[in-house]
Ligand binder design. Structure first.
Ligand code: PLP
Length: 413
């Protein structure tokens, strides 16, 4: 839809409200909502869907089905009549199991009252940021990062302070950068380990330093750990396991990636008791509660056999190794992820901007990848490949990617 408005000469021009930053009429959408930039990964996906034979390496979701016993638990719950509203914070038995999970798997103690079950990790993030930020407040976000962080900040009228994760610094946050960026209006820092799109895992000492940085400045610390059990070595540290009791830490988790449950929409957060209570109250006008059978499915995922998680991670690891071999042989420098299921590949040698690269790759080779610029300014010059695609697609897609990069004169060949 296009909003019409007279220009100075009295002619009608087509302006969207975001071009003026002002609202045009009583029934126009909010300028904040209409000026939110849409996902550029989505743009690539939409283009790729025009070609049914295209290989999809842009999507960030497991290619495995949800484990059968998890599906069965949802069936049983629905048949048993567990089809009513649940408490705002989630089913008590699920919150208890989650408190137990963070104790045994993430290495820190939390009372079930500190756990809030959310509609995926994304709703936990939205809830947490809206519980912390007022319009005009600032939040430190990684660059590159999952684009949804920025979108939420935008919708809340908050200012994003992007902190760089650059190749020169091993794609890790540097305290100097954070010192340089922070101002009296900064309220929170968000970190994401294992990282989407980088696959990096923050070393323990760095997590400690980042927590100290936030503590000394009275900032909230949001730790996005939705890939916590998709790790390929033992370097992952949950922020909760090294935090001080006085830290204002909220950790975010999800069933989506770890248990191949993206469509079930179950995640959770763990925070200080006062924050958990506040956020529980905020659930009511947002979602009221998470789908009850889906919560029972999540409980089955958590308490049932865990070899499914190990098997999926093992597959990602062997796909990672084979993929890296093709990319390295093809002269495309790529990260070796320690966690999550993404490979970050440097295409700067071709000299083509990442969005143009991604679009031409679909047109010419029928392979879809996520353009680096979708993840922030520092994502330019890279593309993200998802290991959550079948081995055949991944290797075929990588060979075509290499062929395309060479046809564009990849300088590093
Ligand atoms: N955080 C990160 C870093 C992600 O990559 C994602 C999904 O891609 C999420 C959070 C949210 O996932 P979900 O809402 O499916 O739990």
């Amino acid at each position: 839809m296009v909003w019409r408005r007279a220009n100075r000469k009295g002619r009608r021009s087509s302006l969207r409200p975001n071009e003026t930053g002002t609202r045009i009429g009583p029934a126009s959408p909010s300028s904040i909502a209409s000026s939110m930039s849409v996902s550029r990964i989505r743009e690539v996906m939409d283009l790729a869907w025009k070609y049914p034979e295209a290989i999809h390496l842009e999507v960030g979701e497991p290619d495995f089905p949800t484990p059968e016993h998890v599906v069965e638990a949802a069936h049983e719950a629905a048949r048993a009549g567990l089809t009513r509203y649940a408490p705002n914070a989630g089913l008590p038995e699920l919150r208890e199991a989650l408190a137990e999970k963070v104790s045994t798997r993430n290495g820190y103690e939390a009372h079930p009252e500190q756990v809030v079950v959310t509609q995926g990790g994304i709703e936990a993030l939205y809830l947490v940021l809206s519980g912390m930020l007022e319009p005009g407040d600032e939040v430190l976000l990684p660059d590159p990062a999952w684009p949804n962080f920025r979108m939420i900040a935008h919708l809340l009228g908050a200012r994003v302070l992007p902190y760089p994760l650059a190749a020169e610094g091993d794609f890790l946050p540097r305290l100097d950068d954070l010192e340089r960026l922070v101002t009296p209006r900064t309220r929170a820092i968000l970190v994401n380990s294992p990282s989407n799109p980088l696959g990096t895992v923050l070393p323990r000492e760095l997590v400690e330093k980042l927590l100290a940085f936030a503590r000394e400045r009275g900032l909230w610390f949001i730790s996005d750990e939705v890939y916590d059990e998709i790790v390929y070595d033992d370097t992952f540290t949950s922020a909760g396991s090294v935090a001080d009791p006085e830290d204002r830490l909220v950790s975010i988790y999800s069933f989506s990636k770890v248990y191949a449950m993206t469509g079930w929409r179950v995640g959770y957060l763990v925070g200080p008791p006062d924050m958990a209570t506040l956020l529980t109250g905020m659930q009511e006008p947002i979602i009221s509660c998470v789908n009850t059978p889906a919560q029972m499915a999540a409980l089955a995922a958590l308490t049932g056999p865990q070899d499914v998680v190990r098997e999926m991670s093992e597959s990602y690891r062997s796909r990672r190794d084979e993929l890296l071999e093709v990319l390295h042989r093809g002269g495309l420098p790529s990260s070796q992820p320690s966690g999550a299921f993404y490979v970050w590949t440097d295409i700067s040698g071709t000299g083509i901007p990442s969005m143009e690269f991604a679009k031409s790759l679909i047109e010419r080779e029928r392979v879809a990848v996520a353009p680096g610029e979708a993840f922030g300014e520092l994502g330019e010059g890279y593309v993200r490949l998802s290991l959550a695609s079948s081995r055949e697609d991944l290797l075929d897609g990588a060979s075509r990617l290499v062929r395309f990069a060479h046809s564009q004169g990849n300088a590093r060949h």
